[in-house]
Design a protein around this ligand. Structure first.
Ligand SMILES: NC(=O)C1=CN([C@@H]2O[C@H](COP(=O)(O)OP(=O)(O)OC[C@H]3O[C@@H](n4cnc5c(N)ncnc54)[C@H](OP(=O)(O)O)[C@@H]3O)[C@@H](O)[C@H]2O)C=CC1
Ligand SMILES: O=C(CO)COP(=O)(O)O
Length: 336
């Protein structure tokens, strides 16, 4: 019997992958961060800093970093994927033949597979095998705050309750609470939709429409999340928790959010391409808005806020026109 903590490979060396790898290393797990940029990886491994994505935040000395995926996965007890949604399938394809037998796969990516609209647990199941334990890590968590050791609460959801607990145990620590549950669909829907809704509140704030407008959009946005969640078979309580309401409030109101900042820029009249370039990091809503609307249309669910965000992102209307359309909708009961 040994009480040695399992080694963990974190795949994706952007802001969130680096922050989670740092947390896990601080929790005492042998941790290796895999990324594709040799210069950044060397800085993380040798200088204990990610100058591109988390400048000025010291990383633990025991965190290793590599560009060699086979090396990162050698002997690990857990894999955590933290690449953007557009790179999720390609990363799963790379890891599938290198995954040590019996090792489960978790991810902290938010969004759907662009183009197909598949949920990420569907992509993962198809690429690594339906019998492999899978889990999603999600909730209100800005990378910069986690990397700085500020208090945070998230949730780990898996069909396999034991695996959810294993992943939560690796993450949980003095400043990081990891809850567990068994609703991957609801959790993934919440994490994806809040990014789209944050563009709406950002745009309203960029137009200086006030706090009533922001809060109205958050609350009616939650209603859109709940209605689509019911249609796809997620649990309502998941969306009323960290994976839904919690992340929605954080992303819609916190200026660290890249999706909110995109909305702010659009609301001030800036162009989409310029805003995304200035943010300089992944802005998941740009692709997720299309996939959310495709999903909603497939289920016959009307999502007025999300559909207006999608139209604004495609240049089909201005944020002012989008807001005017929302205000002009027919009067109706709050809950139907
Ligand atoms: N940042 C946050 O606070 C949080 C983020 N998330 C989610 O985590 C996911 C990752 O986001 P985040 O880390 O913030 O994004 P960042 O923009 O900070 O970093 C993206 C990282 O992904 C890498 N990458 C892009 N494409 C590939 C690829 N094909 N193969 C390997 N690596 C690739 C980039 O490498 P390169 O530099 O070489 O381009 C970069 O290291 C997103 O789904 C996001 O929604 C979830 C919760 C919190
Ligand atoms: O998912 C996040 C916080 O929970 C990060 O949000 P952004 O991607 O909008 O920065």
């Amino acid at each position: 019997m040994t009480d040695r903590k399992p080694a963990v490979a974190v795949l994706g060396a952007g802001s969130w992958g680096t922050a989670l790898a740092s947390l896990i290393a601080r929790n005492g797990h042998p941790t290796t961060l895999w990324g594709r940029n040799a210069e950044q990886i060397e800085a993380i491994d040798q200088r204990h800093e990610n100058p591109r994505y988390l400048p000025g935040i010291p990383l633990p000395q025991n965190l290793r970093a590599t560009t060699d995926l086979a090396h990162a996965l050698d002997g690990v007890g857990l894999i955590l994927v933290v690449v953007p949604s557009h790179a999720f399938a390609e990363t799963l394809e790379l890891l599938a033949p290198l995954r040590p037998a019996g090792v489960g796969v978790s991810w902290a990516t938010k969004g759907f597979e662009p183009g197909s609209g598949r949920f990420l647990h569907e992509v993962a199941g198809a690429l690594v095998g339906e019998d492999v334990p899978l889990a999603v890590v999600t909730g209100p968590s800005f990378a910069k705050e986690v990397a700085s050791g500020l208090p945070t609460a998230i949730t780990v959801q898996s069909d396999d309750a034991d695996f959810a607990q294993t992943v939560a145990d690796v993450l949980h620590g003095p400043t990081f609470r990891a809850y567990t549950g068994t609703d991957m669909r609801g959790a993934e829907l919440g994490g994806a939709m809040k990014n789209v809704l944050a563009v709406a509140t950002g745009a309203a704030d960029g137009m200086e429409l006030g706090l009533n407008a922001r809060t109205g959009l958050i609350t009616r946005g939650l209603n859109e999340m709940l209605r689509l969640n019911q249609a796809i078979g997620g649990r309502a309580e998941t969306l009323m928790g960290l994976a839904g309401l919690g992340d929605l409030v954080l992303t819609c109101s916190g200026d660290l959010s890249r999706n909110r900042r995109l909305g702010l820029a659009l609301g001030r009249g800036e162009k989409l391409e310029d805003a995304v370039r200035a943010i300089g990091q992944v802005v998941e809503s740009v692709q997720t808005a299309d996939e959310v609307m495709r999903l909603a249309e497939r289920h016959g669910i009307e999502l007025p806020i999300a559909s207006n965000v999608r139209a604004v992102l495609h240049g089909e209307m201005t944020p002012a026109e989008g807001l005017a359309r929302l205000m002009a909708r027919e009067q109706k009961p709050e809950f139907e």
